[in-house]
Design a protein around this ligand. Structure first.
Ligand code: DGJ
Length: 545
């Protein structure tokens, strides 16, 4: 279905090329998946995106952006997520204007920043406000999603090949242009569309969509689901279980006649459309490409609570089955359960990346946690509005993470852990390097405990990123935590602090500052990271009976 009207030969070529592609040797960005954690590589080196997303309309004005580029660099961002829009680059069909793209690349370069470009093409937040007017005004040529009553919505239909091919053409032109002008590899990655899916009904009811709903579920999807059945997301399996895991039939026969089945149907269709757009772009310039998702919120009703068909965790498997030119499926995390969301996207080899999230104190602590879980990048939203400064909590975390980058991009995943306080929590326990690390959040527990401690715990951010650098040795970046150690491996039963250094990393080399003891280690009991500014400590432990 999805290759109809699009050059099948071209798609086959693109699929084969992407499956067999050797890593580029000219410094072009790519994702290295050879180690225990995937990393974005640029100019041959791994790079952690200490990012921030600009507001939707910021890059549409050169003058508006002029003071912002240097301000963002001063606030310790190394990467900005910036918008490119279909209406701006192709105001008339086939006539392209890349001046805004060029200005963004130049602005970022002048301030030593990298970019991730967001392609606001067919969809942005479940509607189609960014296609050019020659697309939006011609609803016959470029069909819309229709509701149950046949009314056209402000959303392009994912079942239209004309929509897909026009978007793919524009996106390919954009990628060709970036390839031509960005010899310095300022642009690291592309986001294809933005929080796609249908808002309103759970599925499109246009004639094309209605016909597709009656067709058999494609073999490619069924083959993926059957092969990976033991590992599929539990929420997806719940739906499939309702029909006894049927493997043949129409969408309603295989997944049940429900809104959840309609969401699965839309997820497949959006994955096909967006993968075709990405394929057209990668044929011009094959840098990493990802899709971001507006997550399920409270009711979970597809179309009402979140756009139906977007890459939410419960249809992640459908997306994984459907794409071969999208490298990452990424959650926009505004929910409080950062840990749960991140864990649900750490699925079947999907690299972790957080393209949108909250900033402020929570953002600073969450960044420490996220990089400890191996994200390739982290990017709070609206950083040009949020008055991010060199003194802010996010900058404080990014300063530490920047120092840790050589270590974080070289260390095996099994040697790394992280914690972050979520609502009401007072402590955490981590198992790493033969020790149990007991982490107490500042203001939580200890003397008093109870309701007061819980109240305090909900107020202040606390997090730790822990790296086991050698036997009995740890580097920890922490804020608002104390950390104590108990052995949980063979050998003497007690652990104590041998040497604790506060310090910094300079180009990957540890530079010790104060030697901490006495009050600063609570008399040798714990590492103390007081307050909300993260610092680095290196500890060596010894053991005795
Ligand atoms: C999510 C969208 O992806 C962003 O572009 C932005 O509109 C934010 N929501 C606003 O909170």
């Amino acid at each position: 279905m999805f290759t109809r009207g699009f050059s099948t030969a071209f798609l086959l070529f693109a699929l084969t090329a992407s499956a067999n592609a050797a890593p580029p040797t000219d410094g072009t960005p790519y994702i290295d998946r050879s180690g225990s954690l995937p990393h974005v590589m640029v100019d041959g080196k791994p790079f952690l995106m200490l990012g921030g997303e600009l507001r939707n309309s910021s890059t549409s004005s050169f003058d508006y952006m002029k003071p912002i580029w240097p301000r963002m660099a001063a606030a310790k961002f190394n990467t900005l997520l910036a918008v490119t829009t279909w209406e701006q680059i192709e105001p008339q069909e086939g006539k392209f204007d890349f001046s805004y793209v060029d200005a963004a690349i130049a602005g970022a370069q002048q301030s030593g920043l990298h970019l991730v470009f967001l392609w606001f093409g067919s969809w942005k937040n479940g509607v189609s406000s960014y296609p050019p007017i020659w697309v939006k005004s011609d609803v016959k040529r470029f069909p819309r999603v229709q509701d149950e009553h046949g009314a056209n919505l402000e959303t392009l239909s994912a079942f239209s090949n004309a929509n897909r091919d026009a978007d793919a053409k524009a996106y390919a032109a954009l990628m060709k242009h970036i390839h031509q002008v960005d010899s310095k590899h300022t642009v690291l990655m592309m986001q294809v569309e933005n929080e796609s899916g249908v808002l309103g009904p759970a599925r499109d009811h246009s004639a094309e969509a209605a016909a597709a709903w009656q067709k058999p579920v494609p073999d490619a999807l069924m083959a993926f689901l059957t092969k990976n059945k033991a590992q599929l997301q539990p929420e997806f399996l719940d739906v499939w279980a309702r029909t006894g895991y049927k493997t043949r039939g129409t969408w309603a026969e295989v997944f049940g006649d429900s809104q959840r089945a309609e969401e699965i149907f839309e997820a497949w269709q959006y994955s096909q459309y967006i993968d075709a757009v990405a394929a057209a772009g990668k044929a011009e310039y094959a840098i990493p490409m990802y899709v971001n998702a507006w997550l399920t919120q409270y009711t979970g009703e597809p179309g009402g609570d979140h756009p139906s068909g977007g890459a939410v965790s419960r249809v992640l498997d459908v997306w994984l089955a459907g794409v071969s030119h999208i490298d990452v499926l990424a959650p926009d995390i505004y929910l409080m359960d950062l840990r749960g969301v991140l864990a649900s996207y750490d699925h079947l080899g999907n690299p972790l990346f957080i393209p949108e999230t909250r900033s402020g104190a929570a953002g600073g602590a969450n960044a420490l946690y996220a990089f400890g879980q191996g994200v390739m990048g982290f990017s709070p939203f609206a950083v040009d509005q949020a008055a991010e400064t060199d003194n802010g909590p996010l900058a404080a975390s990014y300063r530490v993470l920047d120092q840790l980058t050589p270590l974080l991009t070289a260390i095996d995943k099994s040697k790394m852990a992280s914690v972050v306080r979520q609502q009401g929590e007072t402590k955490a326990v981590v198992e790493l390097g033969g020790y149990l690390l007991r982490i107490q959040y500042e203001g939580g527990g200890g003397r008093g405990g109870g309701a007061a401690a819980v109240a305090a715990a909900t107020e202040s951010a606390a997090a730790a990123l822990i790296i086991n650098t050698a036997p009995d040795e740890f580097i920890i970046a922490g804020e608002g935590v104390t950390v104590s150690f108990t052995p949980n491996s063979k050998g003497p039963k007690q652990a104590a602090l041998m040497e604790v250094d506060e310090g910094t990393f300079n180009k990957g080399t540890w530079v010790p500052g104060r030697w901490l003891n006495g009050d600063e280690t609570s008399g040798g009991l714990s590492l103390n990271f007081r307050g909300s500014t993260p610092t680095l400590q290196k500890v060596k432990l010894y053991r005795h009976d």
